[in-house]
Design a protein around this ligand. Sequence first.
Ligand code: DGT
Ligand code: CA
Ligand code: CA
Ligand code: ZN
Length: 581
Amino acid sequence: MSRNAEIASRFKEFAALLEAQDVEYKPRSYRRAAENLRGYPEPIENLASEGENAVSEIEGVGDAIAAKIVEYVETGAIEELEELRAELPVDMAALTNVEGVGPKTVGTLYYELGVEDLDDLERASENGEIRELSGFGEKTEANIAAGIAFARTAQERQRLGEVRPLGEDLVEYLDDVSDVERIELGGSLRRWRATVGDLDVLCASADAEPVVETFTDWERADSVIEAGSAKASVRSGGTRIDLRVVTPTEFGSALQYFTGSRDHNIGLRNRAIARDRKINEYGVFDVSDVDDPDPGQRVGERVAGETDESVYEAVDLPPIPPELREDRGEIAAAAEGDLPDLVAESDVRGDLHTHSDWSDGTGSIAEMVRGAKEFGHEYVCCTDHASGPGVPGPSGLSDDELREQAEEVDAAREDVSGIEVLHGVEANIDSEGEVSVGDDLLTGLDLVVASPHSGLDGDGTDRIVEAASRPAVDVIGHPTGRALGRRPGLDLDIDAVADAAATHDTALEVNANPQRLDLRGSAVKAAIEHGATIAIDTDAHEPADYSLLRYGVHTARRGWAEAGHVLNTRSADDLADFLDG
Ligand code: DGT
Ligand code: CA
Ligand code: CA
Ligand code: ZN
């Protein structure tokens, strides 16, 4: 965390503690200062070294707050905050995560009942102590009790593959409201991050109220967290959904702002400042004739904001795809005209990693081949598990079973026309990087995917480099073995792995299964920079799984991948060249 963000979060805590003690006005000033500090484009240490006067140049920062900023930069603490913490020793962040519990309530619960954390709160609600407080009652107590469980899991991030379909259903539902002119998913969901904190959706309408009402009435909204005139938040299962409604002319700038990431937006805002322009969620403004562009949101001449693209155009940039907006050099690349021409789902011609009922899949080989054809693929490779440690489900196939399987693959080729069928295997990479399948199979099969399935912690670089260097191995499957929300997977020196993969013509997989998304975007970017080839596979275990491809494609896009970097965008002939080479 930058110093600016650190101090901002201290101020937010300070404001909440003051509010819990019924202090008026002051909390608002600290919140405002926190917000401005967070958005301040330069490290605050620079200003602080010049003294309090320099710091109080920041909008919303008066003398008292400036003194605290300097104090924090110099000593690493704010004495007044430490005193407040001692007076009110509560876990403010956790408690205010409970629906219906704000800082004021936290204060009451602490002074009346001694509640300091979620466990205390749970006990108090179970014992019926909360309903006895004046202004609370049985209903409030029941609501708090219901909110605790959710607050405990709310800090966890959710998988893209679970939230994205929910978001798409919501967009479809709201799109039918007659006043809705435009509607888009925003936030990390629009950037296709592997996990998301919440679901952001943005809507353009001249009349916000009916949209908000339709939203809070959605049958999949379990409860309404808050609802205002132009924004609302609901909960659906474990997901928080934030809706904002803006006027059509401000839709683009609002979408750009709420797509993030925060760091990308800071970079863009600084580029605007250098051009005498100001970017915010309301538009892009020419402030060259404005004396003090800070106060007010809509100052100067508005030059853009109706579309997301117009915001970029107003600072002399081509549109930057949402997947790239992570502050990994995308603004500089855009300025140089060096943005990648990202791979699209329609570029992918086949799937190189699939399972059948021979191992732990549920479809027969013919069904899996037919499914691939119906999905639109030109080729598919059947890669059931070879036996080995950590191989899931009924144990993988022996060498003899793999030889036998070749006949059924042949039969499927006869059965299903119009698609090329390859016979491969998914072999296990052991702790030494050995790949445990008979030599005749390693050379005889069309394709070998080698994946780690056991020992999935600690450094795995040597092991994966070793496997990627074996001539028989064509693809490294889910290279880190991560399982989102369950295990982080192997640590890999991705540069070393990518070098080995590039040297030995081995592709590195982006496994599209939303539980995995492995390699992740940042690793894809590094791998490509080292000249490695990428394969985007679904690891399908039933025909319906082919449609998971999009998660892999967008993950590869987060890694700046173009079609030319991806093995399975090639024609069947070109693929065969890679595999034979
Ligand atoms: P998430 O929800 O944790 O997966 O990540 P995001 O990126 O969706 O973050 P979220 O939902 O908090 O906010 C959506 C976008 O709105 C975020 O990417 C940038 C913008 N934004 C939200 N709050 C702030 C803020 O306090 N300061 C700035 N500069 N931008 C913000
Ligand atoms: Ca979000
Ligand atoms: Ca949000
Ligand atoms: Zn697999």
